[in-house]
Structures are given as C-alpha cells and as structure tokens.
Write a protein that binds this ligand. Structure first.
Ligand code: NAD
Length: 342
C-alpha cells in the first residue's frame, strides 16, 4: 500500500483526492490546507482522514510515500522542494514553478535523490490527446500546417499567474509532447483589463522550422466556454472539441492541392478536396485516474513518468518566453538566438 498526502483542497485538489482514493493499492492518508473550512469539507467526505493545516505534518510522517501539491503556482517551488528534501515522491500541479530556474532546480533535486517527480499536465493523459498524438506520429495527417487552439470562458481569475500560465500551459505541454520539433520563434500579445491583476486574455503564436504555425487563444473574459483545437495537415484535418460528450474528435479527409500543370493552371490553380468525416472511438477513462496509476507505477518501477520535470521545465520556458513577448507588445522572440545569448 502506498500512502499519499494531498496539499491544497481548493478547486483542483478534490479531483486529485478522489482519483487517488480510487487508485488500487493507494491510500490518501492526509489532506493539508491552510483553510480550515476546506479541510472540514474533506473530513465530511472522507471520515478518518487526517487534515492538518501545516503541510510539514505530511513531510514529518515517515508513512507518507508521496506528496501531491495542488496549491497556487507561487507556492510550488517552496513546497515542492521541501517535499523532495524530506524524501517524498512528488506530484506537482501545472505549471510546475514560476520560473524555469526553479523548475530546473526541482528536476535536479528529484534526480539527485532518485525520487519520482510528475508534473500534472493532465491533457496528455486524455484519450483524445493520446489519439491525436497517435494520428500525428503515424504521419496520416501528412505535413502539418497549423495547430489552432481556443480556451476561453468566464473566470476563474487567478491571482498569482496570468492566463498564459493558467491556460496556454495546456497547449504548450501538448505541442511539446506531440511534435518532434521545438518552436523557433514566439510572439504573444495580451491584456490585463483590471488594475493589479495579471493579463486575462492573450493570443500566442509559435513558429516552427517545418512550416507549422501554432496559435493559442486564451481568455478568462469570454461569455461562452470553448475548448477547441484544430489541427490541419496536408492529408487530413482534425477538430477536437473537449466539451463534446461523445465524438470529441472529428477527422476530416479534406485539403487543398495546388497544381503547377501549365495547361490547367489558368482554369484551376487550387483543387479542393472535401472527403469523408469520421469520429474515432476515444477511451473515456478519466485522465487523472490514468495519471495517478502512472505515477504509482513510476514509483514502483523506478521509471520517469511521461510528464516528468524535464517536460515541465520546457513548458515553463515557453511560458516565460510568451509572457516576455506579451509584455513587449508582441515582440517576436527567436528561441535559438535567445538560447545562444543566455
Ligand atoms: N491540471 C489541471 O488541469 C488543473 C486544473 C485546475 C488547477 N490546476 C492547478 O492546481 C493548482 C491549484 O489550483 P486551484 O484552482 O485548485 O487553486 P485554489 O486557490 O482553488 O486552491 C488552492 C488551495 O491551496 C491552499 N493552500 C495555499 N497555500 C497552502 C500551503 N502553504 N499549505 C497548504 N495549503 C495551501 C489554499 O488554501 C487553497 O485551498 C494550480 O497550480 C493550478 O494551476 C490544474
């Protein structure tokens, strides 16, 4: 039996507790939070659970094997580092830290101590993203032209991070995971409409050497909720709507062909292909459930998880670059040049 302590029982923490409670051979023995009302809620739902306000209780308990941190981003480095130094395996919410330097130090600390560090980039464990990755890797989409994501809704405004770190983080993890290439340049613009509050909407564009262009539109200020990704390739195009109950993914056998045939060029330079649309079966198991089992399996078999500190650090690097571009009013940041200059 593996004992897990969850720190932070706000919006996301209850989902983590529920999933770990349902994971075979795992017991959530403790939930820590500074807020006693939230702890009382956890107590009511899971009688017998230990619910300290001080997270050090989890670190000082030798029976706790792993600590799951679901507190605000600004606390991740301090709490995560303390958990690793206490010899606990660590599940850290996304984004793993405020800066890439902090992310790198957490990754190094876990490696030095032979501890598992998993960063919760939940989307990579969803059936839909696993299916899309499979299609992209198999080459059936052809050459990739674009990735176009919209993640907009009203709220939840975060106090300590802007909308890029809160929402575009999902697309950065998806792009890093799916593609064999890293962006060459990033340009972002965004705005805070409320004084003293981080940017609440942003548009991020990532340029790749292969010709792929990725665009991510994120906002906490939309009257409607949209969670949609379009991927366009030379052979097929995908529409992924995360809010669809069934048929989350639709694959279109559509595209265009440009002819260079001198005889035909006047009459029809562009040929449109609108073929069939089909919706593949996508596994419906909750992503967090797959991820919690993967975390436990990584600990048992001493393996790096799919979303390890390395991926988590690369995500934080992209967040930093995008925020820096946004604060420079859309200034294009070339990543190779930046790396050389660093
Ligand atoms: N993976 C996902 O899809 C996903 C979704 C939502 C949120 N998150 C992440 O989860 C984390 C938490 O987000 P949230 O929306 O649940 O925030 P929240 O503000 O609703 O909850 C955070 C909780 O942490 C507690 N807390 C703060 N400092 C603490 C400390 N030192 N010790 C113990 N408890 C402490 C707060 O009292 C609060 O109850 C963030 O990193 C966020 O990005 C991830």
């Amino acid at each position: 039996m593996m004992n897990v302590a969850v720190v932070g029982y706000g919006y996301w923490g209850p989902n983590l507790v529920r999933n770990f409670m349902e994971t075979p051979d795992v017991k959530v023995t403790m939930v820590a939070d500074l807020d006693t009302a939230r702890l009382a809620r956890a107590q009511r739902r899971y009688p017998g659970l230990r619910t300290p306000t001080n997270f050090n209780d989890a670190l000082n308990d030798p029976a706790v094997d792993a600590v799951v941190i679901a507190t605000p981003v600004s606390t991740h480095f301090e709490l995560g580092m303390a958990a690793l130094r206490a010899g606990k395996h660590l599940w850290l919410e996304k984004p793993m830290a405020e800066t890439s330097l902090q992310a790198r130090r957490l990754t190094d600390e876990a490696d030095k101590r032979d501890l598992v560090l998993l960063v919760d980039h939940t989307f990579l464990y969803t059936g839909a993203i696993r299916k899309i990755s499979e299609l992209m890797r198999s080459g059936s989409l052809g050459s990739l032209y674009y990735y176009d994501s919209t993640r907009i809704n009203l709220g939840l405004f975060q106090k300590d991070v802007c909308v890029i770190a809160d929402l575009a983080v999902h697309d950065f993890s998806i792009l890093l995971h799916m593609l064999d290439e890293r962006p060459l340049a990033v340009s972002a613009s965004g705005m805070s409409h409320f004084s003293g509050s981080p940017e609440n909407l942003a548009y991020v564009t990532l340029f790749y050497g292969s010709g792929l262009i990725a665009h991510v539109n994120v906002s906490w200020l939309s009257p409607v909720k949209i969670r949609q990704i379009l991927v366009g390739g030379s052979e097929k195009m995908i529409v992924y709507d995360d809010l669809e109950a069934s048929e989350k993914i639709k694959i279109y056998d559509s595209g265009v062909r440009f002819t260079s045939d001198a005889d035909r060029i006047q009459e029809m330079r562009v040929g449109y292909r609108t073929g069939d649309m089909w919706s593949p079966q996508v596994p419906v198991t909750e992503a967090l459930r797959i991820e919690s089992e993967h975390f436990v399996d990584s600990i048992r078999n001493k393996r790096r998880p799919m979303t390890d500190g390395e991926l988590g650090t690369q995500v934080v690097e992209l967040i930093e670059v995008a925020i820096s571009s946004m604060r420079g009013k859309g200034e294009t940041i070339h990543l190779r040049q930046r790396e050389r200059a660093a």
